[in-house]
Design a protein around this ligand. Structure first.
Ligand SMILES: Cc1ncc(COP(=O)(O)O)c(C=O)c1O
Length: 465
């Protein structure tokens, strides 16, 4: 790996921390940021990264417990990827895939991806973000049902607390009211059913399996109420990420999949976070044993080194689309940056590293180590209500009263206080309300996991005693 901390010293750019903070604050409109908080506290400016760590403009180092935004799965400073990007930029910096065009590296990348699919898939469709990939899926679903003579079958079911992106359709699909309010969303034929939030929503004493059955009954009631001939697809993350780190209760996907099959409803696996090893299997669907008809992936495919998304399309959907091609003519969908050759080179390098470094095996080892470490240190803490997750996707939900599960008043912003305390101790986490989340690079080792747990436990103590 290159020493990116050293490269930073040679950078010709502005290095004065206060100046960088000032420039950013007066010029950038930040995504998913409170304008009021930013005005008060200013931005945190990162300047370099190496392995599982990043450094800010003040020279402070942090263990990045979030792998950026759950994406830098192979860690920072991976020269295998940066050199592949450099070589490709020099050789062929761009070419497109419209009108049957492509590039060598893209052809190879598409094949490499299909070979890694969890179930047989016919084609991959490239984009540049998880949001645009889910937009593609929605359009494909509607296209597919029109072509197979079911134009009424259009409604999409997603879950409350889900996150599927930030576009008009994908934010509508997302089950987070904070992304709907003031934006005139949701739009379109979208329905939401309950999240599989066992800790908060399961009736007292109900087993996980029974809670899964309860949710399946709710889904079936919605389908029957609306009419199965009007429902096209169900979108699901394997473990809900941005909506509160919610893993499915036991048997959830068995129950749901059976209902979807019965009613001829497509299952779209949103594997934007869970794909490429995060849960300790290559795909989240393999952890829970379900078979998607469509898969959305992004983030880990290039380990965040280049914006790229990949939709996987099953034979069931592809055969209909291909079969109608003489009638439909040009497939009227795509992006300038669909299948960017530099992204494809980054993806090929990342896929190779995932195999060579045995990243999935590492997650299967350090994931439980992280969970055990958190439970040992914080499992009995009076203000830790729940510690949950799978692989390297873990959430710690705080509670004012551990016994009754009563939360802290939202105005206290307790989760955010813990996040700030962790940052002071050199650890990056993310606060989803009062659930603190970790999704570190998948190459993290046991010693680094121990450091993460230690810093986090101290930060919880700083705020909550
Ligand atoms: C499950 C899931 N789907 C889709 C997206 C959207 O991806 P992007 O931010 O690349 O548009 C995200 C982003 O975090 C995600 O977590």
């Amino acid at each position: 790996m290159a020493d990116f901390f050293a490269i930073e010293q040679e950078s010709p750019m502005i290095t004065d921390a206060a100046e960088l903070e000032r420039l950013d604050q007066k010029s950038q409109f930040h995504p998913f940021t409170s304008i009021a908080d930013l005005a008060k506290e200013g931005p945190t400016v990162m300047t370099s990264g190496q392995g599982v760590r990043v450094r800010d403009a003040h020279g402070r180092d942090y263990l990045d417990g979030m792998a950026g935004l759950w994406c830098v799965n192979l860690g920072y400073g991976r020269t295998e990827i940066t050199e592949a990007i450099t070589r490709q930029s020099e050789r062929l910096s761009f070419f497109h895939t419209f009108n049957g065009m492509t590039s060598d590296v893209v052809a190879e990348c598409a094949d490499a991806l299909l070979k890694r699919a969890p179930v047989p898939m016919s084609r991959v469709f490239f984009g540049a973000s998880g949001s645009d990939a889910n937009e593609t899926q929605l359009k494909l679903i509607w296209y597919y049902n029109n072509l197979r003579g079911k134009p009424e079958k259009k409604k999409i079911i997603a879950r409350w607390n889900s996150y599927h992106g930030s576009g008009v359709a994908t934010a509508s699909l997302t089950g987070l009211p904070g992304m709907h309010n003031y934006f005139d969303l949701p739009k379109g034929p979208i329905l939401h059913v309950s999240a599989p939030y066992y800790y908060r929503d399961a009736p007292e004493g109900m087993s996980e399996r029974d809670f899964s059955r309860k949710l399946a009954r709710e889904l079936e009631e919605v389908i029957e109420r609306e009419g199965a001939d009007t429902i096209a697809a169900f979108f699901a993350e394997a473990v809900m990420g941005a909506g509160g780190l919610i893993p499915p209760p036991e048997g959830y996907f068995d129950e749901i999949s059976a209902i979807l099959k019965k009613h001829d409803i497509l299952l779209v696996a949103d594997e934007v976070v869970s794909g490429f090893g995060r849960l300790g299997t290559y795909w989240g669907s393999q952890t829970y044993g379900y078979e998607p008809d469509l898969i959305t992936s992004a983030k880990g495919v290039t380990s965040g080194y280049f914006p790229m998304s990949v939709c996987f399309i099953s034979p069931k959907v592809w055969d209909v689309i291909e079969g109608a091609a003489a009638q439909t003519g040009i497939f009227g969908h795509g992006y300038t940056y669909s299948a960017h050759p530099v992204g494809a080179a980054a993806a090929l390098a990342a896929l190779k590293l995932i195999d060579e470094l045995e990243v999935v095996k590492n997650v299967a080892d350090v994931g439980p180590h992280l969970m055990n470490g958190l439970r040992d240190r914080l499992g009995q803490h009076p203000h830790v209500g729940d510690i949950r997750g799978q692989g390297l996707m873990v959430g710690i939900e705080l509670a004012k009263d551990r016994a009754t599960k009563e939360g802290f008043p939202p105005a206290n912003r307790t989760g955010r206080e813990v996040l700030k305390a962790a940052a002071k101790r050199g650890l990056i986490t993310r606060a989803l309300g009062d659930t603190l989340v970790f999704a570190p690079p998948l190459v993290i080792n046991r010693a680094e996991v121990d450091e993460l747990v230690d810093k986090f436990a101290l930060a919880v103590g700083d705020v909550l005693g």
